[in-house]
Design a protein around this ligand. Structure first.
Ligand SMILES: NC(=O)c1ccc[n+]([C@@H]2O[C@H](COP(=O)([O-])OP(=O)(O)OC[C@H]3O[C@@H](n4cnc5c(N)ncnc54)[C@H](OP(=O)(O)O)[C@@H]3O)[C@@H](O)[C@H]2O)c1
Length: 430
């Protein structure tokens, strides 16, 4: 029998405990596929007495990071989380001492990916992070390996199951954001502090990593406009549906004339498109390459089983001896991207304005749009007959530069007595 591949697992929460379980339950098939046994040697978490659904007494428990990193292993699985602190120390310590790293930690890699990739190369070891993006969807493998022959044109994804669940529930039940968020928290689909998810930060970390592999650039979360789903109303979802669309929170990166434009934003997608049917907690990744065309992958983006499945696949890859640079190219070849301005991007848009319904309002809005080269495709007006009650005016535009429509909305807001800020969303034909 070949020499076992030895692993130490740091963090035994949702993902870490799941990793240990899969390695125990599927030992036979994993040994065959890895070509050698995969053994958990050491483990570490904060509380040794916590019930985790696994028998921790079978493994060597470390009380400190120093003790943990002294384990004689081939690979450290970092399942603690967070971009700084112990998770970072653990990954740096493992790489510096010649151990491969498998991690599900998108925050760590989005912030420090370039430096960690270089550190791995210096130590002649690898970082695998399939579970960090899209959980059970093998999208890192697809991009780093399966699509390696292509120049990538765009990456457009649904990467946050919490947001997708909330938007799906709002659309299907007509309930408001706050109400659905509360239910998602009760069901365990949303964290007690949902900021990272609903404000788009989690999606930003993930699109930063996919952008790095897709375009050969250093992971970067600064050059990105990030908008979450807090301001989307049940009314927006109704209007979108009337106009033939659904609303999805997308992480987007496109190569537009040699410049990369990256954003996280709620977008309208045509009803009937494949990605519009990706509902609930599911994730989807849509990649367009110059030779492959469009490739869409769908699956569970989080949860113990899907995420741990991806972690164990990464461990098997390492046990097989598969070698690949962290972001698909050697760390020294990762470049600083030439970032474009999202305001220069050209799209169709959805606009909702809440105005006081006086005679001439629509004419004035139309004139401002026209003067800023915004050509309107459809206009819906909804509301009361009572002129004291504000009404919603919903507009879809033809293709227009984003900065033009933003300027038009600023002028409309100055001239009209809007009872709330204008809502502007891109229409993406994925
Ligand atoms: N949950 C998902 O569905 C999912 C999906 C994709 C990626 N991820 C990523 O996977 C990673 C882990 O997430 P998770 O959901 O499994 O988190 P979690 O349930 O909160 O587990 C974190 C683990 O880290 C341990 N830990 C925290 N601080 C520690 C310290 N100072 N020393 C030692 N151990 C410490 C905790 O110990 P105790 O148990 O003793 O408190 C716990 O076992 C994160 O990077 C996350 O972003 C998670």
């Amino acid at each position: 029998m070949s020499k076992p591949f030895r692993v130490a697992v740091a963090g035994l929460g949702t993902v870490g405990a799941g990793v240990v379980k899969i390695l125990e339950d599927n030992k036979d098939v994993i040994t065959k596929r890895a070509g050698r046994p995969v053994e958990v040697v050491g483990i570490m978490a904060r509380d040794k007495t916590k019930d985790r659904g696994i028998d921790v007494s079978k493994y060597k428990w470390s009380e400190t990071l120093e003790e943990f990193l002294n384990n004689d292993v081939d690979c450290v699985a970092e399942m603690i989380g967070g971009s700084e602190g112990i998770a970072k120390d653990c990954v740096e310590g493992a790489l510096s001492s010649g151990k491969h790293v498998v991690t599900a930690n998108k925050a760590l890699l989005a912030h420090h990916g370039a430096a960690l990739s270089a550190l791995a190369e210096t130590g002649k070891v690898q970082i695998n992070f399939e579970a960090a993006v899209g959980g059970g969807i093998p999208i890192i493998k697809s991009l780093r390996e399966g699509l390696a022959a292509n120049k990538i044109k765009s990456v457009i994804d649904i990467l946050n199951g919490t947001c997708n669940y909330i938007l799906t529930e709002m659309q299907q039940t007509g309930r408001d954001f706050a109400d659905v968020l509360k239910e998602a928290q009760e069901k365990g689909y949303a964290e007690a502090d949902p900021t990272f998810d609903v404000d788009g930060i989690d999606t930003a970390h993930k699109i930063a990593l996919l952008t790095s592999i897709a375009f050969g650039v250093k992971p970067d979360i600064d050059h990105m406009e990030i908008n979450g789903i807090r301001n989307i109303t049940a009314e927006d979802l109704v209007h979108a549906e009337e106009l033939g669309y659904k609303i999805k929170l997308f992480g987007i990166c496109k190569n537009i004339n040699g410049k990369l434009v990256k954003s996280v934003e709620p977008c309208l997608v045509p009803l009937g498109s494949t990605i519009s049917a990706v509902d609930g907690v599911l994730n989807a990744v849509n990649i367009e390459g110059d030779f492959v065309g469009t490739s869409l992958s769908v699956g569970f983006g989080a949860g113990q089983n899907a995420t741990a499945s991806a972690v164990v696949a990464d461990i098997i890859d390492l046990a097989r001896g598969n070698e690949i640079p962290t972001f698909g190219v050697p760390a020294n070849d990762l470049v600083d991207a030439d970032w474009g301005d999202v305001g220069d991007s050209v799209s169709r848009f959805y606009v909702r304005l809440v105005v006081v319904d006086k005679p001439g309002v629509l004419a004035e809005i139309s004139a401002i749009m026209r003067d800023n080269n915004v050509s309107m495709e459809a206009v819906l007006q909804r509301g009361e007959d009572d002129e004291n009650v504000p009404v919603s005016v919903v507009i879809t535009s033809h293709l227009v530069k984003q900065s033009n429509i933003v300027k038009a909305l600023d002028l409309i807001a100055q001239k009209q007595n809007l009872s709330e800020s204008p809502c502007l969303m891109r229409i993406e034909s994925v």
